[in-house]
Design a protein around this ligand. Structure first.
Ligand code: NAD
Ligand code: UD1
Length: 338
C-alpha cells in the first residue's frame, strides 16, 4: 500500500516513515527541504533496510503537486506533515505561514480529489485548545482564539478538512499532538532545528552541548507546584506509531466519522523544571539555566486526555520522559560528532 508522506524528511515525518516501512507500507516522501535535509532519506534506509521514494516538491506549487501524484499512481492515503511550525516566527511572518500551510493543504486536497484518494491524516496541535478550562483536555474542548498565525493555520486547516469531508467521500483523521520530544533509539534521525531552537528539549540538549550559554526558563511564577509551566511531552516514536494506527483505521474503514480528531499525548504533565531534572538524571550533565519572565503567548499548563486515541486507535504512548531526554541527548551527541 503506497502512502504519500509530505514533510517526510522532517522531525516527526521521518520517524513516521520508519514506522510505516516497518509496518509494511510503501512510502513516498515529498518535501521541499525548507526545514530538513535530503540525507534523512539515507538514514531511513539505514534503519529500515528500505529506501523510500523521495521527491523535492514544494506543495504550494500546484503544478508540481499535480505532477507528484501523476508520477506515483496508486497512492491510497496521504499523511500531511509539511508545514512551517515556529510559533514566534509566525507572528513575525504571518503571510508566509498562511501561504505555506494553507495553500499547501488546499493544493494537496484538490489533487487527492482528482486522483480519488480518500484518506488523509493531518498534523494538528494541542495549540488549538489554548489554555483549556478543564484538565486533562478532551477532544470536545472548545477551540480558543488562536494567539499566533501558526495556531490559526491549524484551526483553519482542521475546519477546511471537516468542510471537505462533509460534502465528499473524503475521510480524515486530525491528530492533535501535544509536545513531541526525543529521537529514534539508533540516533540516526532526530530533530534538526535550524538556527536557535524555540522548543524546550532541543534548547536543553544544545545548552548541554555547549552551543548555547544557558537555558532560559520562561516563568517560575505560574500556579503550578514548582512555579514552572506544565506540558504533556510525548516520545516522537510513540507519536509516529499513532500515525500508523490512524492510517490503518482509515484504510480498513474503521472510522466512525468522516473527520475524526484524536489527542496524542501521554496523559501526564511535567513542569519545565521536571524536564530539566530528567535531563540531568539521564545525561549526568549539570544544566546551566536561569529563570526569566514568562514567554508571551505561553499557556500555564496543558496535558491530554488520550483515552479516545487509546481506545479507538488501540494505541498508547509507552516511553517515559527519561527515555525522551536520553534519546534526545544521544541524538545531540551524534550531531556533535558530525
Ligand atoms: P519539521 O519542520 O521538522 O517538518 C516539516 C517538514 O515539512 C520539513 O521537512 C519541511 O522542509 C517541510 N515543508 C514545509 N513546508 C513545505 C512545503 N510547502 N512543501 C513541502 N514540504 C514542506 O516539523 P515537525 O516537527 O516534523 O512537524 C510536522 C508537523 O507537525 C507540522 O505540521 C507541525 O506543525 C506539526 N506539529 C509539530 C509539533 C512539534 O512540536 N514538533 C507540535 C504540534 C504539531
Ligand atoms: C509550542 C506550541 C505548539 C507547537 C509547538 C511546536 C503553543 C501553546 N504551543 O508548544 O502548538 O506545535 O510549540 O513548535 O504555542 N520553555 C522554556 N525555555 C525555552 C523553551 C521553552 O522555559 O527555551 C518552556 C515554555 O515556556 C513551555 C515549555 O518549555 O512552558 C515547552 O515549550 P515549547 O517546547 O516551546 O513548546 P510549547 O510552547 O508548549
Amino acid at each position: 500500500m503506497k502512502i504519500l508522506v509530505t514533510g517526510g524528511t522532517g522531525y516527526i515525518g521521518s520517524h513516521t516513515a520508519v514506522e510505516l516501512q516497518e509496518a509494511g507500507f510503501e512510502v513516498i516522501i515529498a518535501d521541499n527541504l525548507s526545514n530538513s535535509e535530503a540525507g534523512v532519506i539515507d538514514r531511513i534506509a539505514e534503519i529500515t533496510g528500505t529506501r523510500p521514494a523521495f521527491e523535492v516538491v514544494d506543495l504550494t506549487d500546484v503544478d508540481a503537486t499535480g505532477k507528484l501524484f501523476l508520477k506515483y499512481p496508486g497512492i491510497i492515503a496521504v499523511i500531511h506533515f509539511a508545514a512551517l511550525k515556529s510559533v514566534s516566527e509566525s507572528v513575525e511572518r504571518p503571510l508566509a505561514y498562511y501561504q505555506n500551510n494553507i495553500v499547501s493543504l488546499l493544493n494537496l486536497i484538490r489533487e487527492m480529489e482528482c486522483q480519488h484518494i480518500p484518506h488523509l491524516v493531518f498534523s494538528s496541535s494541542c495549540t488549538v485548545y489554548g489554555q483549556p478550562e478543564k484538565l486533562p483536555v478532551t477532544e470536545d474542548a472548545p477551540f480558543r482564539t488562536p494567539w499566533s498565525p501558526y495556531g490559526n493555520t491549524k484551526q483553519v486547516s482542521e475546519q477546511i478538512i471537516r468542510d471537505v469531508c462533509r460534502v465528499s467521500s473524503f475521510n480524515s483523521i486530525l491528530l492533535r499532538y501535544f509536545n513531541p520530544a526525543g529521537a529514534h533509539h539508533t540516533a540516526l534521525i532526530g530533530e534538526l532545528p535550524l538556527g536557535v531552537p524555540n522548543n524546550l528539549v532541543p534548547y536543553i540538549t544544545q545548552t548541554a552541548a555547549g552551543k548555547r550559554d544557558y537555558l532560559r526558563i520562561f516563568g517560575n511564577d505560574y500556579n503550578t507546584p514548582d512555579g514552572t509551566a506544565i506540558r504533556d511531552y510525548i516520545h516522537v516514536v510513540d507519536l509516529a506509531k499513532a500515525h500508523v494506527a490512524a492510517l490503518t483505521r482509515l484504510v480498513e474503514r474503521k472510522n466512525t466519522q468522516q473527520a475524526e480528531a484524536f489527542n496524542l499525548g501521554t496523559g501526564k504533565g511535567y513542569s519545565v523544571m521536571e524536564v530539566v531534572q530528567s535531563f540531568e538524571r539521564v545525561s549526568g550533565v549539570r544544566l546551566n539555566y536561569r529563570y526569566v519572565p514568562r514567554r508571551p503567548g505561553d499557556v500555564e499548563q496543558v496535558w491530554a486526555d488520550p483515552s479516545l486515541a487509546n481506545r479507538e486507535l488501540a494505541w498508547k504512548a509507552e516511553q517515559d520522559l527519561d527515555e525522551m531526554l536520553r534519546s534526545a541527548w544521544n541524538w545531540e551527541k551524534r550531531l556533535m560528532e558530525r
